[in-house]
Design a protein around this ligand. Sequence first.
Ligand SMILES: CC(C)(COP(=O)(O)OP(=O)(O)OC[C@H]1O[C@@H](n2cnc3c(N)ncnc32)[C@H](O)[C@@H]1OP(=O)(O)O)[C@@H](O)C(=O)NCCC(=O)NCCS
Length: 183
Amino acid sequence: MYCAYSEDFFSDRARRSIQIRPARAEDAAMIIEAINQVAAEKRYLTMEHFEATVEQEQAYIANLAYNGDLFLVALHENKIIGTLTALRAKGTYRSHVAEFGLSLLAQYRDSGIGSKLITILLRWCKAAGIEKLNLEVFHDNSRAIALYQKMGFRTEGIRKRQIKIDNRYIDLIQMTLFITEGN
Ligand SMILES: CC(C)(COP(=O)(O)OP(=O)(O)OC[C@H]1O[C@@H](n2cnc3c(N)ncnc32)[C@H](O)[C@@H]1OP(=O)(O)O)[C@@H](O)C(=O)NCCC(=O)NCCS
């Protein structure tokens, strides 16, 4: 239902040909590997490592359309280099809200791929009837915060000392974008 986002190729700032498309069940192992690489940096993600097994992830991807969620992958030379997931909140009274997260492998950052993924996400939000888009970001992730602000997100709250990594406390900034015709 939400697959108008397929096979979208573009050239990033380093002139690499990047493909963005919905995740497929067979991507599961590569997705887990990519997310685990970013998690291992211990600077950006709230998870220490990916929780699900390859089989669980395959089943989740197979049910995506049914759940009403979006899962995009970015590929370079057929290798997954980034992911974006947007999960619709459960229950009728919250079904206009979604929460998203994204990450790219280190060598693919600052090349415009994150901006492109969010642009596609906003297209999906409009088609899927999402009116409010939320995210959480570490207070010291200045690149991600700059990107979200550029895309129109504003701070809605701050969860102080919500994360503790190796005895370092991190505040979680909650950011929100209200989806309108203009964005
Ligand atoms: C956050 C992330 C998804 C952004 O994607 P990206 O492709 O690197 O972002 P883009 O290149 O599209 O845009 C980044 C913008 O921030 C700017 N920027 C980069 N570093 C910055 C900094 N330290 N301070 C302020 N702005 C910064 C860039 O100039 C760019 O702005 P521009 O498009 O106006 O030039 C990516 O860097 C990433 O995966 N980081 C590690 C994981 C992560 O942080 N995930 C998000 C968790 S909430």
